[in-house]
Design a protein. Structure first.
Length: 373
């Protein structure tokens, strides 16, 4: 009843992303025994599908936590206190990854960029040469706070050449834009259910390479809930070591089948097309992208500079009140300076068209006039 009455909202934030009705219905499945056969069949199906999306032969562990829990799991399973780590940061999620490592006692060197820029493989290579005893590199694939995608394959290549570990935050990229764990030589990969996967928040997916598992054997940071060997062992029996967020598993089972039907390539093509369309329309409105070099503009989230004289909060409130369209603001130092349009997971051209119409009307009502060049 309430569901039917609920108005259609156009949720255009970079996570949580919209969940289609069939998946929402699956999420409402009654509870079953999490140690029983029905659930173990779901676990097996899910993990088999996830490998195909990570493009890995490794086991992908499904953890009950948000993406940040996955990042914490990445750090504590392969590092020891005192280990030297190079943290590549182009925004607030890059900083978060570095902070987690620091909190657990890693010796962190930052390779930080101005927000809006992408990292370069050359800089990473130089930083690794400057500090040869660095053990691991932390990098964000798609920086959700700035709408910039790092050239991950190139960065991974220089990290491989230097024989270091590479830990990747792929929370807002995996399953949406091209990503190849094994082919690119990535050692730890983390993503989260509420971004590209069309399911609610609550799960993180983590995989380790053979090098990652070797590092696991000697890693001494404290871990209990996130001990990945426990998760791997349980999963091979179709279980999880602790009670999982079963409802999200039910939804994910349906989501992954639907995504497999669409196909990885088609999903990537759709995100590319929608990303291009979003940027084109943003510029056509006379607005500026926050990303400095459009070659690195994200196909999952577009960050837009707040135009002079327009209050971002007023704009977002008007979009929500009058158009049922929800945009994200800027995080941390970007608060009030940008707004962000999420376009990952369940998104098509119509969603962007609606968003752009709402944006154009709201800007006009707030007195924005297209700058003349
Ligand atoms: C959303 C996100 C996270 C994790 O956030 P949670 O709120 O903990 O799920 C981490 N990194 C990136 C790049 C993200 O977009």
């Amino acid at each position: 009843m309430t569901q039917q009455k609920q108005k259609q909202i156009n949720l255009r934030i970079p996570g949580p992303t919209p969940v289609p009705p069939d998946i929402l219905e699956a999420v409402g499945h009654p509870m079953i025994n999490h140690r029983g056969g029905e659930f173990s069949a779901i676990v097996s199906r899910i993990t088999a599908h996830l490998k195909a999306f990570f493009l890995t032969q490794q086991e992908v562990m499904v953890l009950t936590c948000s993406g940040t829990g996955g990042l914490e799991a990445a750090v504590v399973n392969v590092l020891s206190p005192g280990d030297k780590v190079l943290a590549v940061s182009i925004g607030s999620f890059g900083n978060r990854f570095a902070t987690i490592a620091e909190v657990y006692g890693a010796d962190v060197t930052m390779l930080a960029y101005d927000w809006g820029q992408a990292a370069s493989a050359d800089d990473v290579s130089k930083a690794l040469k400057a500090e040869p005893d660095i053990k691991a590199v932390l990098v964000t694939h798609n920086e959700t706070s700035t709408g910039v995608t790092n050239p991950l394959a190139e960065i991974a290549a220089v990290v491989r050449a230097a024989d270091k570990l590479i830990l990747v935050d792929a929370v807002s990229s995996l399953a949406a834009i091209p990503f190849e764990m094994d082919a690119w030589g990535l050692d730890v990969v983390v993503t989260g259910s509420q971004k590209g996967w069309m399911v609610p928040p609550g799960l993180a997916f983590v995989a380790l390479s053979d090098r990652g598992w070797q590092a696991f054997d000697s890693a001494r940071m404290p871990r209990f809930y996130f001990d990945l060997a426990k998760h791997r062992e349980s999963q091979t029996k179709g279980q999880t070591p602790f009670t999982p967020a079963m409802s999200v598993f039910f939804g994910l089972d349906v989501a992954l089948a639907r995504m497999a039907d669409e196909g990885l390539e088609s999903i990537h093509t759709r995100h590319r097309r929608i990303g291009d369309m979003t940027r084109r329309e943003v510029k056509a409105l006379g607005l500026e992208l926050f990303c400095e070099d459009e070659r690195f503009a994200s196909d999952t989230v577009t960050a837009v500079k707040a135009p002079d004289g327009i209050d971002v909060n007023a704009l977002r409130t008007m979009m929500e009140d009058e158009h049922d369209t929800i945009l994200a603001g800027g995080q941390a130092r970007l608060s009030g300076k940008i707004f962000r349009i999420g376009h990952l997971g369940l998104v098509d051209e119509d969603d962007i068209r609606l968003t752009m119409d709402a944006l154009a009307q709201s800007l006009e009502k707030l007195g924005f006039t297209r700058p003349t060049a």
